[in-house]
Design a protein. Structure first.
Length: 157
């Protein structure tokens, strides 16, 4: 009798220890949900982002191909750096899917034409917290003052 009860207890304990298996399609859906909700930090930190356009009010400025504007997020140091007309740098903090930039500085070359307009607008938009939306190839920073759209150009160095 004792052996039967003991055997029954062991079978019940082992039977209750099944692992939950998640199919790769379910895992992909979960990852996609993070991206669809606006933010995946793995994607954000692993790329060099090239600005495509910047929009504010009724103004849309497209970045000329011959004058690329870039943005790189360094996860280890919580710093950004990049290039527009001038090289720039700063620090950032992320809370949920909102990024705030601080201590943004830049070199001081004279910037003429559309790239100068882009740089001025870009730096003014970075002064406000931005909502992050990111996927494998696109980064969008949005605030009540405007939207900045980037595309991934290479892995971050």
């Amino acid at each position: 009798m004792r052996i039967s009860v003991l055997l029954l207890a062991v079978v019940a304990a082992v039977g209750g220890c099944t692992s939950a298996k998640v199919s790769s399609s379910e895992a992909s859906k979960s990852s996609a949900a993070v991206v669809a909700n606006g933010f995946s930090d793995t994607l954000l930190y692993s790329k060099t982002w090239s600005m495509v356009k910047i929009e504010s009010g009724d103004k849309t400025l497209v970045v000329p191909a011959e004058e690329p504007a870039t943005l790189v997020f360094d996860q280890k140091t919580s710093r950004i750096h990049g290039r527009c007309c001038n090289s720039y740098f700063g620090v950032f903090s992320i809370n949920g899917n909102v990024v705030a930039f601080d201590k943004v500085g830049a070199t001081k070359m004279l910037c003429m034409g559309v790239i100068g307009d882009i740089e001025n607008l870009y730096h003014s938009l970075l002064a406000s917290p931005q909502t992050i939306t990111v996927d494998e190839s696109t980064l969008i920073l949005t605030s009540d003052k405007g939207t900045i759209t980037f595309r991934a150009t290479k892995e971050a160095e």
